[in-house]
Design a protein around this ligand. Sequence first.
Ligand SMILES: [Fe+2]
Ligand SMILES: [Fe+2]
Length: 266
Amino acid sequence: MSEITVRKIRFSFEHSLDLSQSAGNLNVILPPLALSMTMPYLEPYLIRTMKVAQKQITDAELAEDVRCFCQQEGHHFRNHAMLNDEIRAQFEPGVADQLRAIEADLEADYQRFSRTKGLRFNVAYAEGFEAMTCAGALAAAEHGAFEEGDMMPGGEIWAWHMAEEIEHRTVAFNVFQHLVGSYPYRILFGTWSQWHYVRYIGRFAACMAAGLGHSMKRDHSPTNRAALRNYLRTWSPWYDPAKIAVPLAVEGLLARYSALAEAEAR
Ligand SMILES: [Fe+2]
Ligand SMILES: [Fe+2]
């Protein structure tokens, strides 16, 4: 039995965004919106990878975690796809078309990785992405980013998604250790995957910024500095996400979204 809970929730994003009111805050707001734009391509790729990995997993507990991981990621990207419709609608049609072109490039990359790369590479990509996201999600939680009244554009999707990323933080790592287990390979290809992914965040954010007449500047906030510190710890040969305690605030969020999912199911 997995300790990961699958929470099927559908958020409503109608009128949840108004970037014209956020002109002074775009350096902070656009990177998460860029992250949202990647989700309907990245998360299905993670699921495809895990479904291939699943056939080689000989540990029943890990296999069950992988099943829950795939279901959580499936609910994440479906919500982000709806948020992304609202994001594109914030822009002139030409800019929305440019966003769609970047989405097509990203999807082509992930389809190619699934088709032509080996399982080792794809599992290392998944672990690289998951380690980086967990580092960022923990930093955001530590700095109160998911507290009520301090939500990012799009609202509660972020608190729900990042809490579940922390909840399933061990899965890709454990799959990597179970099937590959090489520290140099994890660092080499995990870092390459992060570079590949972050480049797309930069492309999406720059495209949105240009559409709003803004040019992006690096955000040196305490949250970003904490995310960098957490991220650097993932390079340790002794890194193991199982050793990371789930912050109390995140436990509270997970309980809240469990109750919300149960209410939606009724
Ligand atoms: Fe996710
Ligand atoms: Fe994830």
